[in-house]
Design a protein. Structure first.
Ligand SMILES: Cc1cc2nc3c(=O)[nH]c(=O)nc-3n(C[C@H](O)[C@H](O)[C@H](O)COP(=O)(O)O)c2cc1C
Length: 523
């Protein structure tokens, strides 16, 4: 067999599917057959390449030329001009992602290592790039569950679902019991966040292996992936990967001929933000309305069906196999002392190159925007970044050099949260942005507890008044009062976290709010 001269990587995402990626793939293959190039040029359908807003994205290797918004009508030019004559099609090229693209190439990729590289539907390709080597090591070396937990503890891995709770510690807290459960939280409801989707779609076997190792460590034989219902492609890829893993003896009874038994079921979320909160999620899997439970007891003691349960985020679990395989010290060589490893971010808003990146924990916000987001769009001036989604905080210019990790951000009263970084320029209105966030909270409040139910409604009333120019400075102080009461009295972190965007917006941009309050009086 001749070696392929070129590889064409087609990013198959929901965006690309809507833009006709399947038709483009068919047209490409037909054109290659037509020109007798099938042996030399191979077309691979892969996961998300981290580039958003460009419809069908195609990368030609080994030239590393990236084309965006490709249609069936462009296929002939790509094949005849680029592949046959070696001249890239200038009109379809996407500009280099950033002025410091060397920084992009050099960044460590732990979680996304295979995303956009392997065919996510191929177990062979996953195994060829290291899938299931971690669990194989555990079995071959006879590492006890306690040994796995202590390695994860030593690695310093902290939960990537938002709160940054130490993963090994959480596992160690799991109460004894005959029946335990592991839940992978793939609800991903935080506005502006789609990092977990990339893992589900781009490297599903890594997640299955992460769950398998976690389940072995805590003694669970049943796992659930609670996945956002709108993620049709993620669900399809996970279902297929689970099926293939089962057939290969990597799920089910006596995995790899060991005593380990574990299987995974997928549960689709119905679109409630609060169902991403671990106890609401558990209620939802049990078939009930997604109301949060009072804690304690924590899920580690009383979880799904009343049994000890561990809930971990997708990105957290995706970090587990490489830690087990390469060791805690290797993992600690990335990131910061208290937050080792990397973090996957979605960079959105007024940057030149919105998309997804994985960088070391502790990378300053300025670098994330400039080196990886390509800087501000159209040379505009940075105004603020909302970090961590709706339940996150606004960071102004004075926070650009903050190290992005769970602990450093706390010094600025911000949170890393889900890893969403929404960047806005000088033209953006923080008053309007905050109003949108408060409306989101009112809409998503489950209504079970009064502080959140009434508080979110009151905040939208006050914010509407400010927005319409009829507010007063006392209204701004009242908003803080309401959110502080919600922080103290709400039953779950949804109501408790409204204070974060509110306080941070008023701390850095109060004059803008005050100017809006005076708008009616002065007009
Ligand atoms: C309103 C709300 C929504 C949440 N949504 C998610 C989510 O979509 N995905 C997630 O992993 N964690 C979410 N969380 C956090 C979970 O409750 C939980 O802390 C997390 O899944 C634990 O995983 P980790 O330890 O790996 O971070 C949410 C929390 C709240 C309060």
């Amino acid at each position: 067999m001749r070696l392929a001269r070129s590889h064409l990587l087609l990013s198959v995402t929901d965006e690309a599917l809507l833009a006709g990626v399947r038709d483009v793939a068919r047209a490409l293959r037909a054109a290659l057959v037509d020109r007798g190039l099938v042996e030399e040029v191979q077309v691979f359908e892969t996961g998300d390449l981290g580039i958003v807003g460009h419809g069908v994205v195609l990368v030609v290797h080994p030239d590393s030329v990236t084309y965006g918004d490709v249609t069936v009508g462009d296929v002939e030019d790509i094949v005849d001009q680029h592949l046959v004559k070696g001249r890239p099609v200038a009109r379809l090229r996407i500009a280099p992602r950033s002025p410091a693209s060397a920084a992009l190439a050099e960044r460590p990729r732990i979680v996304l290592r295979n995303c956009g590289v392997i065919d996510p539907e191929s177990l062979d390709e996953a195994i060829a790039t290291g899938a299931y080597a971690g669990i194989a090591k555990v079995i071959e070396e006879g590492i006890a569950p306690k040994g796995v937990i202590s390695e994860i503890q030593r690695s310093g891995l902290r939960g990537r679902g938002g709160a940054g709770f130490p993963t090994g510690l959480k596992w160690s807290f799991t109460a004894p019991g005959d029946e335990k459960y592991l839940i992978c939280n793939a609800d991903e409801g935080e506005p502006g966040t789609f990092k977990d989707r990339l893992i589900l779609e781009g490297d599903p076997h890594r997640l299955i292996e992460g769950m398998l190792i976690a389940a072995y460590a805590i003694g669970a034989s049943k796992g659930y992936v609670y996945v956002r219902g709108e993620y049709a492609l993620s669900i399809a890829r996970m279902e297929r990967a689970i099926e293939v893993a089962r057939t290969a003896g990597l799920l089910g009874d006596h995995i790899l001929d060991s005593d380990i038994s574990f299987d995974i079921e997928i549960k689709k979320g119905a679109g409630a933000y609060v169902c991403g909160e671990e106890t609401s999620l558990i209620e939802s899997i049990e078939g009930k309305r997604g109301y949060p439970r009072l804690k304690p007891p924590y899920p580690g003691a009383v979880g799904l069906w009343g049994r000890p349960t561990v809930v971990n985020n997708v990105e957290t679990l995706a970090n587990v196999p490489p830690i087990v395989l390469h060791g805690a010290d290797w993992f600690r060589s990335f990131g910061t002392r208290s937050c080792p490893g990397t973090k996957v971010y979605t960079i959105l808003g007024h940057v030149a190159h919105p998309g997804l990146i994985e960088v070391e924990m502790g990378t300053p916000l300025r670098r994330i925007i400039e080196d990886f987001g390509g800087g501000m769009r159209d040379g505009r001036r940075f105004k603020a970044a909302l970090i961590g989604g709706a339940a996150g905080a606004f960071v102004a210019e004075d926070g650009l050099d903050l190290a992005m990790d769970f602990d450093s951000l706390l010094e600025y009263a911000a949170v890393l949260g889900s890893g969403a970084v929404l960047v806005v320029d000088e033209e953006a209105s923080i008053v309007e942005l905050l109003h949108g966030i408060l409306r989101f909270f009112r809409h998503e409040s489950c209504g079970q507890c009064a502080p959140c139910r009434a508080g979110t409604a009151r905040l939208v009333d006050l914010s509407s008044r400010v927005l319409d120019g009829g507010g007063t400075e006392a209204d701004l102080d009242r908003m803080i009062d309401v959110a502080e009461t919600m922080q103290a009295a709400s039953l779950c972190p949804l109501g408790q976290s409204v204070i974060l965007p509110l306080r941070s917006a008023l701390r850095s941009f109060r004059p803008e709010f005050e100017a809006r309050c005076g708008a009616v009086l002065s007009s």
